[in-house]
Design a binder for this molecule. Structure first.
Ligand code: G3P
Ligand code: CA
Length: 245
């Protein structure tokens, strides 16, 4: 796994497509990922859950109802049943039939071309994702989570794997200490938590600062002035044009 793209002090500003180009296509589908690439995103963020039979799947919620025509929990559903679901029609009729992607399919599609940020939503996904990544050494992957214990487990098993720690708590100082203890490369606070003291502390800790979710150009510009290294957006193409980056 390459670690060259997301370390602290990276030379470029990163526009991560949040769940793909999810303002224009159904989130966490290959349609949204292809569109994000076409819109010029630097990388794609996606969410990972695990099926009942242990297969990493790309979906945000732990249940199927919101973004597919299925019912119940991903973790209670076998791969063969997940593959029958429609993950596109809920968004717009022209995306009907869009399947729920396997993480393996997305890694295959991205190859060395498209950096991916895999957000692991469930502690049980760690081992299966690591096993899968061994089959895709060409992929450029940053793994992130809100769970610092999961990141610590990953760090112990994969010393070179780039890791990002997500934070949605006002106790960001504690979260930053946890990110450092887990050997994270980057710190990913929710955008409303970012201010000059947070930006300074993350810089001082030697981590890259990526924030989410930013679709608004004036707010993004303000955070760029504070020195964020990148952002997650649902509309990478439009935001980039508006910011003239
Ligand atoms: O990785 C940033 C962001 O995706 C975390 O929140 O709920 O969109 O997965 P959520
Ligand atoms: Ca996410």
């Amino acid at each position: 796994m390459s670690s060259s793209f997301c370390g602290p002090g990276g030379e470029r500003f990163w526009f991560w497509a949040h769940r793909g180009a999810s303002a224009c296509a159904p989130e966490n589908t290959l349609a949204a990922f292809r569109l994000a690439e076409a819109q010029g995103a630097d990388g794609i963020e996606l969410d990972v859950h695990i099926s009942r039979d242990g297969v990493p799947m790309v979906i945000h919620d732990e249940t199927l109802e919101r973004t597919t025509n299925g019912r119940g929990r991903v973790a209670d559903t076998r791969l063969r049943d997940l593959r029958r679901l429609d993950a596109g029609r809920w968004f717009a009729p022209e995306f009907a039939g869009e399947p729920l992607p396997l993480l393996a399919e997305v890694l295959e599609w991205a190859g060395e071309r498209v950096p991916l940020n895999l957000e692991l939503k469930d502690r049980r996904t760690g081992a299966a994702v690591l096993r899968l990544l061994h089959h895709y050494p060409q992929c450029r992957v940053l793994v992130s989570s809100f769970d610092h214990r999961l990141l610590k487990d990953l760090r112990a098993q994969a010393p070179q794997l780039p890791l990002g720690f997500l934070c949605e708590s006002r106790l960001w100082r504690l979260a930053l200490r946890r990110a450092q203890a887990a050997g994270a490369h980057s710190f990913h606070p929710r955008q409303d938590l970012v201010g000059s003291s947070l930006a300074r502390a993350v810089r001082g800790a030697g981590l890259a600062l990526y924030t989410w979710t930013l679709d608004d150009a004036p707010r993004a510009a303000a955070l760029m002035r504070l020195g964020i290294a990148g952002l997650f957006t649902n509309r990478p193409g439009a935001l980039r044009r508006e910011l003239e980056v």
